[in-house]
Design a protein around this ligand. Structure first.
Ligand code: ADP
Ligand code: MG
Length: 371
C-alpha cells in the first residue's frame, strides 16, 4: 500500500499560515502594510493585553468594495499582483494574498469596512477558519477599514504558551517595528495604544502626519534626539568592474551599459562619545522605504561607527534607494529578508562613503547637548 499521500487541504492551510504569521510582529506588520497599501493617511493600532487578547488596526484608506467581500480572505487572492512578472515593478508592500487568509486560520478574525461612497454605513465581515466569508452585518463606520485579531494562536497551544511567556519582549519588538513604519511614512498619522485588562488605555506613541522623517523622529524619540543626528546622504555608483562574482553580473548595469547609482538616505548619530544610543530598536533599515532586516548592512554601519566611538551604538535610520531589479523581496514569508545583488560591493562602498561622511563632520558636541 502506498504510504505517500497528500495532506488534506485544511491542514496544509494551517501549516502554511503558521509560517506567514509567526508572532504579534508579523500580524501588525501585515495589517499596517495593508492600511498603507490602501492609501491611508491615518493608522491606529490598538492592543489589548499587549496583543494577547486582541490586536486592532484601523486605517482611513479606500475601504473594500462589496464585490471583494467573498474573496478578500481567501488564500492567494490579492489586488496587488497578477503574475510573477509584475514583481519587479511592485509599488505595494503586499503581493502574495496570504496575510488575511492566514489570520483566519490562527485567530478570531473580523473586518469592518466602508468606502467613501458608503456614507456613514459600514459592513462587518466575519470569516470561517478557511477564509470563506461566513456572514455580513451593517454597522456605523467611517471611511476605511478596521481589522480585529482576537485570541491569536489559540488553536496552536505551544505557540500560544511561548507568546504568553515572552509577551513583554514581544511587545517591545512590536513597538520597534511600528516606530520604523511611523518614521518612514511621510504624511501618515500613527497612533499606538495598549489597554491592560481592568487598566486604562495607554498611548505608546503617536505621530502627526508630518511631511518629513525628521519630524516623525522628533515625535517618537523627542526633539533632543535630532540634535545628535546628522543627515545621512551617501551616493555611489556600483562600478561594474568591481563586481566580485559572476553571479552578480547584472547588478547595477542597465541595458545600455550605464552603471546605476545607489543612494542611502536618512539620519545617523554623530560619532561623538556621549551621543550614541544604546537601544538596538533605534536602528532601522529600509529598501525603497520598505522596512526590512539587513543584518550585513547594519553590521557595516556599526563597524564604521565603532571606529570613532567604541562605547556606544548609533541611532540609524537608513533607506537604501536602489533599482527594483537589483534586489528580491520574495525570499521569506514575512518579506523582511531581502536578497541584495552584489552585496559585497555595496557594503564596501557603503563603508568608504560613510567614513568620508564622518571625516567631514564637526566632531564637537553641540552646545545644546552640554547645557
Ligand atoms: P496582499 O496584501 O498580499 O494582497 P492580504 O491577505 O494582506 O494580501 O490582503 C488581501 C487583499 O485584501 C489585498 O490585496 C487588498 O485588496 C485587500 N485588503 C486587505 N487589507 C485591506 C485594507 N486595510 N483596506 C483595503 N483593502 C484591503
Ligand atoms: Mg497584505
Amino acid at each position: 500500500m502506498a504510504t505517500i499521500k497528500p495532506i488534506e487541504g485544511r491542514s496544509i492551510h494551517q501549516i502554511q499560515s503558521g509560517q506567514v504569521i509567526v508572532d504579534i510582529c508579523s500580524v501588525v506588520k501585515e495589517l499596517v502594510e495593508n492600511g498603507l497599501d490602501a492609501g491611508a493617511t491615518s493608522i491606529e493600532v490598538r492592543f489589548k493585553n499587549h496583543g494577547l487578547d486582541s490586536i486592532e488596526v484601523q486605517d482611513n484608506g479606500e475601504g473594500i468594495a462589496p464585490d471583494d467581500y467573498e474573496t478578500i480572505a481567501l488564500k492567494h487572492y490579492t489586488s496587488k499582483l497578477s503574475s510573477y512578472d509584475d514583481l519587479s515593478s511592485l509599488q505595494t508592500f503586499g503581493f502574495r494574498g496570504e496575510a488575511l487568509s492566514s489570520l483566519c486560520a490562527l485567530s478570531n478574525f473580523s473586518i469592518t469596512t466602508a468606502r467613501a461612497v458608503d456614507g456613514p454605513k459600514g459592513t462587518k465581515l466575519d470569516f470561517e477558519v478557511s477564509g470563506k466569508l461566513k456572514g455580513t452585518s451593517v454597522i456605523a463606520s467611517q471611511k476605511g477599514t478596521t481589522v480585529t485579531v482576537e485570541s491569536l494562536f489559540n488553536n496552536l497551544p505551544v505557540r500560544r504558551r511561548e507568546l504568553e511567556r515572552n509577551i513583554k519582549r514581544e511587545y517591545g519588538k512590536v513597538l520597534g517595528l511600528l516606530h520604523a513604519y511611523a518614521c518612514v511614512s511621510a504624511s501618515v498619522r500613527f497612533s499606538v495604544s495598549n489597554q491592560m485588562p481592568k487598566g486604562k488605555k495607554v498611548v505608546a506613541f503617536s505621530t502627526k502626519a508630518n511631511p518629513t522623517t525628521r519630524d516623525n523622529i522628533a515625535n517618537i524619540y523627542g526633539a533632543k534626539t535630532l540634535l545628535a543626528l546628522v543627515p545621512l546622504e551617501l551616493k555611489f555608483e556600483m562600478d561594474p568592474s568591481a563586481r566580485p562574482t559572476k553571479s552578480a553580473k547584472n547588478w547595477s548595469t542597465q541595458e545600455d551599459g550605464e552603471s546605476r547609482g545607489v543612494e542611502i538616505l536618512g539620519h545617523i548619530s554623530r560619532p561623538v562619545i556621549g551621543e550614541g544610543r544604546q537601544t538596538p530598536d533605534r536602528q532601522m533599515f529600509f529598501v525603497n522605504s520598505r522596512p526590512c532586516a539587513l543584518p550585513q548592512v547594519s553590521k557595516a554601519f556599526n563597524e564604521v561607527y565603532k571606529s570613532y566611538n567604541v562605547t556606544q551604538s548609533p541611532f540609524i535610520f537608513a533607506d537604501l534607494k536602489i533599482d527594483t531589479n537589483a534586489y528580491d523581496v520574495n525570499v521569506s514569508p514575512d518579506k523582511r529578508t531581502i536578497l541584495l545583488h552584489d552585496q559585497t560591493t555595496l557594503l564596501e562602498k557603503l563603508k568608504s562613503s560613510l567614513t568620508q561622511l564622518f571625516e567631514g563632520q564637526d566632531q564637537s558636541v553641540p552646545q545644546a547637548q552640554l547645557s
